[in-house]
Design a protein. Sequence first.
Length: 201
Amino acid sequence: MRGFSEFRGGSSARDACRLGVFGFLGTEPLTAGLGTDFFVRASPIEMPDLLANGTVDAAMVEAIDLLTLPPEFTVLQAGAWAMRRSSLSIRLFARCHPEQVECVYVDDNSHQAAALVRILWALDYGRELQLIPFAPEYGDPPFEAHAAVILGDRPVATPPICFDYQIDLVARWHRHTGLPLPWAFWVAYDPSANGTLTRRL
């Protein structure tokens, strides 16, 4: 997922708008109609840097990363990637009952996944989790892992083996809040591009 890019459509690269997008099937509705755009597919954690160094004109940025962006970044008035009541894309896999989980291996492609599972376990069980980052693109969590959070297409396409429980974290969020879970927003580095990019997105 990291560092992969592709060009779609028939327009020249000079005329195209460069967009940083997640390599997840669930985000395709946000990009399906943008047939003349240049997509840079990367992990969520890489998007702020792609914006800052000018690799892309706009990018999907996780909601939690909006809190630490410098003021020159602008959230565009365009669509967002959000899950209403449940999702196959953001899951916790556990070898023991969720109430017994104390340590979680977390997909290191996302800041928001770590924050979400920490909040939910504090609400549900009054427990502060120990979080250990791991890279799911290189294989399953280690055997000693009692639980792991994985996002994107992997929970469906290549779920980890030997885990007895699978928890939909979006469903737990909705149970507590009654609200959808906004995961990512379109963000641009240049505020003057707001109108142009918003119309395209």
